[in-house]
Design a protein around this ligand. Structure first.
Ligand SMILES: Cc1cc2nc3c(=O)[nH]c(=O)nc-3n(C[C@H](O)[C@H](O)[C@H](O)COP(=O)(O)OP(=O)(O)OC[C@H]3O[C@@H](n4cnc5c(N)ncnc54)[C@H](O)[C@@H]3O)c2cc1C
Length: 377
């Protein structure tokens, strides 16, 4: 039997596993090695922080998905890919061989190496750690500062804003009365690359809730009770949330794969790693013009990756992936409403949150439910 190795349980790989369960390829077996046995669906994390979801509602049960698909599952972290020997080395010291492999390992958060970030901040990556820590942090803030609490979210992208809205709402409901929530960023605007309509709507939502913006501020360090800026000033904080956007994990560099200037794996339009036949990469870890590091891109990559892996198995032609020019942005505000935006138009309300909840729950259910149970949904 030949071996397809899927490294990481990211959004595209879970779809590949599901499809192999529905339509196995004779002569091939699938093995998944993932650092997380229960990968988290990030789209529901702000809602979890707001108290709208339980932790188990955000997680995909990867061993069960693999078992249903007839794939084997290894709970381990791949530390290096040896492309010449076609082996993946694991953190446990074991190694696994492959005939064909794909990487969907996601990313880490930029700036984690700055002093104090790993020690004091609640960081968005690894996302499983964020989910594990969030409850305890909220509880400690509620107990320690029933009357006053300062939350500083570093990073004014979509995830940073959502976490600011959702934490504020959660702490407000927990009875924290003098709550100061700020979003801090080195850039001059929030939501880089977003439409004017979305930026204006999100800004109004922040103003209505008293969330302040600290833009053009560069962070030098995080301390136990403050964010220290590069100009020497301090922004006092009882909780710092670190959401500064994606940065590359070390796997590609450690494996001597071709990488771009930021360390992301360079791929061609069929997801094959440049110059590496039979090795693919997708999602946040990969670098391709026009492909953004957002879950929706990794989700859309799944069916194309599935097609191309099968094509390689039978020497057929690979399909080219065209990243979508725009996508539906949905921001959870934590109070039962959400903001939505596409094609330069933005909307807001409880119905937008109901739509987001439906999309998100359907995604997770697709991988946690047997095919015959989802048929007819
Ligand atoms: C708080 C937050 C909210 C977000 N909300 C949205 C949203 O609403 N919409 C949206 O489009 N995007 C959103 N994003 C961005 C989104 O999370 C990422 O773009 C998306 O998860 C990338 O998917 P992926 O398949 O590349 O990898 P991931 O979903 O990150 O999965 C990678 C998996 O690989 C595993 N892994 C990592 N390294 C190794 C290794 N060396 N060996 C084995 N396994 C490994 C990890 O444990 C993980 O399970 C959000 C991000 C954050 C932080």
């Amino acid at each position: 039997m030949k071996q397809l190795l899927l490294v990481g349980g990211g959004h595209a790989h879970v779809e590949v596993v599901r499809r192999f369960g529905l339509e196995p390829v004779p002569g091939w077996t699938v093995r998944v090695v993932s650092a997380d046995a229960a990968p988290i669906y990030s789209g529901m994390v702000p809602g979890f922080v707001a108290g709208l979801y339980r932790a188990d509602e955000l997680a995909i049960d990867l061993p069960a998905l693999c078992a249903r698909a007839g794939a084997s599952f290894v709970h381990d972290r791949v530390t290096r890919i040896d492309t010449r020997e076609r082996r993946a080395l694991l953190a446990s010291g074991e190694s696994v061989s492959f005939d064909l492999a794909s990487l969907d390992v996601g990313s880490t958060v930029a700036g984690r190496e700055l002093p104090g970030v790993a020690e004091y901040a609640l960081a968005s990556r690894p996302i499983a750690a964020l989910v594990d820590d969030a409850e305890g942090r909220v509880g400690r803030l509620r107990d320690a500062a029933p009357g006053a609490c300062r939350v500083v979210v570093v990073g004014a992208g979509a995830a940073g804003l959502e976490l600011a809205f959702c934490l504020r709402e959660r702490l407000r409901r927990a009875g924290v009365r003098r709550l100061e929530t700020s979003v801090l960023d080195g850039a001059a605007t929030i939501l880089p690359g977003a439409s004017r309509s979305l930026v204006a709507r999100a800004s109004r939502a922040m103003q209505r809730r008293g969330i302040s913006l600290l833009l053009d501020r560069e962070v030098a360090a995080v301390e136990a009770d403050a964010v220290r800026l590069s100009n020497g000033s301090r922004v006092p904080a009882d909780l710092v949330v670190w959401v500064t956007g994606p940065a590359a994990l070390p796997l590609a560099r450690d494996s001597s794969l071709p990488v771009d200037a930021r360390g992301f794996v360079r791929i061609d339009a069929s997801f094959e790693v440049e110059g590496q036949r039979d090795l693919f990469a997708v999602g946040d870890c990969a670098s391709l013009a026009g492909m953004k590091r957002a879950g929706v891109y990794a989700v859309r990559a799944g069916p194309v990756l599935d097609h191309n892996l099968r094509a390689r198995m039978s020497n057929r032609e690979l399909r080219r992936y065209r990243p979508q020019a725009d996508f539906l942005t949905l921001l959870t505000l934590g109070d039962g409403t959400a903001i939505g935006s596409k094609w330069g138009i933005s909307v807001e309300g409880a119905w937008v949150m109901r739509l987001k909840d439906h999309i998100d729950r359907a995604f997770v259910a697709k991988y946690n439910t047997r095919h015959d149970e989802t048929a007819g949904r």
